[in-house]
Design a protein around this ligand. Structure first.
Ligand SMILES: [Cu+2]
Length: 86
């Protein structure tokens, strides 16, 4: 299944590799792909992975998760996320 988390603090390649690395180290996660423009990370993982543990991995890496939901790939993040950006 796929989970998309909004992580608005990501701003550069370092953030991208940090967040992707944190998520792929969670057991059951196959891939994590950061989209720096959308400020989201899309995680492909097995059904047994809890969304809360994905959020926690991002938080442990030093970032804030503002929104998270399981949804199909290609769906745009909620507009509320963009509204929180400066
Ligand atoms: Cu950065």
């Amino acid at each position: 299944m796929t989970t998309v988390l909004a992580v608005p603090e990501m701003s550069c390649g370092h953030c991208k590799s940090t967040v992707e690395g944190a998520l792929t180290s969670v057991e059951g996660v196959d891939h994590a792909r950061v989209d720096l423009d959308a400020k989201t990370v899309t995680i492909d993982h097995s059904d047994g992975v809890d969304g809360a543990s994905l959020r926690q991995a991002v938080i442990d890496a030093g970032y804030t998760v503002t929104e998270g939901a399981c949804r199909p790939p290609g769906v745009q993040p909620p507009s509320a996320i963009r509204a929180t950006r400066p």
